[in-house]
Design a protein around this ligand. Structure first.
Ligand SMILES: [Ca+2]
Ligand SMILES: [Ca+2]
Length: 318
């Protein structure tokens, strides 16, 4: 089951800086972190069916945090839960409410385990691993609530309904789904469901050497090893306050060349299985980006680092 895989693979989530921030920008020098919901929603334990567990602002569980890693003794600023400084620009630092934690940047995630920024305009993206049905990519903004566990994707989570299997999703009322009525949540800009995968990887807005991928957000599925893209412009357009509108997902066809230079169509999973000489229960795909903006595909199953390269390049596997 996907949620068991997730909790084994991504207990700690993301820790890093916004690489597009320059001195004077609001994000400059601030660390972002994310983490999973510590199993609050993983179908076990006394809190598993309580949708308020990750809808609270007095806990960092399920939240993306933004803080200045310097001690308040250095900055003279406000102390957070740890010995770091809370930025005044965080919505919940500036709300005058001591019960809402000022380090929270955005909340209501189940497991927004990877974060990246579009180098062209600084748009912040988070990949969120779903529980029973929906994998999602969100555009993240200060102070917003991304809905888990009241929502999964643009569906109403059955956990909010008495007597219902918490894994069951329901359609939102039409007026909310179509954006005519607001419900206080921010919805994903791209989703796929568990017919197509089980756990979304991190992803990146790509502007590298491969023409077919330029302007696409490249991501994939950890378990199945499928590589997906969504159009970056379509994702930003889907960030429109209308839950129903999301950017379509396409699958990337990977190929390698044999010794004679013939194109051999394959998949990431097949490549890993070939290296290991065995069929694997999971591909264990992870995607990283190099300094020059190219994409690295790795798997914990075989330890290889593979690079996606353009059509004319000498090798697509290294
Ligand atoms: Ca506060
Ligand atoms: Ca939308």
């Amino acid at each position: 089951m996907a949620h068991i895989v997730d909790s084994l693979t991504h207990p700690f989530g993301f820790v890093g800086f916004n690489p597009t921030a320059r001195p004077g920008d609001v994000d400059y020098g601030l660390i972002f972190t994310s983490g999973n919901d510590l199993g609050f929603s993983n179908g076990a334990g006394p809190k598993a069916n309580n949708p308020t567990q990750v809808q609270r602002l007095d806990t960092v569980v399920g939240a993306i945090l933004r803080f200045d890693p310097r001690s308040p003794s250095v900055t003279g600023g406000a102390k957070g839960l740890g010995d770091y400084t809370i930025p005044k620009g965080n919505v919940f630092a500036a709300d005058g409410d001591p019960k809402t934690l000022g380090e929270i940047y955005a909340y209501g995630f189940r497991n927004a385990h990877r974060i990246s920024w579009d180098r062209n305009d600084g748009t912040m993206f988070a990949s969120g691993i779903g529980m029973n049905h929906i994998e999602e990519i969100n555009i993240v903004r200060n102070g917003e609530n991304y809905g888990w566990m009241k929502r999964e994707g643009y569906f109403d989570n059955g956990v909010t309904r008495p007597g219902v299997n918490p894994g069951q999703l329901f359609a939102l009322p039409a007026e909310i789904l179509e954006g005519r009525q607001k419900d206080g949540f921010t919805y994903p800009v791209t989703i796929y469901d568990h017919r197509d995968g089980q756990a979304i990887t991190g992803g990146f807005a790509y502007y590298g050497r491969i023409p077919a991928l330029r302007g696409k957000f490249v991501f994939g599925d950890i378990t199945r090893g499928r590589v997906f893209v969504a159009d970056v412009a379509a994702m930003k357009k889907a960030d429109d306050g209308v839950p129903r509108t999301v950017a379509p997902v396409e699958e990337v066809q990977i190929f390698v060349r044999d010794a004679q230079g013939n194109r051999i169509y394959t998949s990431f999973r097949e490549l890993v299985e070939k290296t290991n000489g065995a069929t694997l229960p999971r591909a264990d795909l992870h995607i990283s980006i190099s300094r020059d903006g190219e994409l690295l595909l790795t798997s914990g199953q075989d330890g290889m680092v593979r690079v996606l390269v353009p059509e004319g390049a000498s090798s697509s596997t290294r």
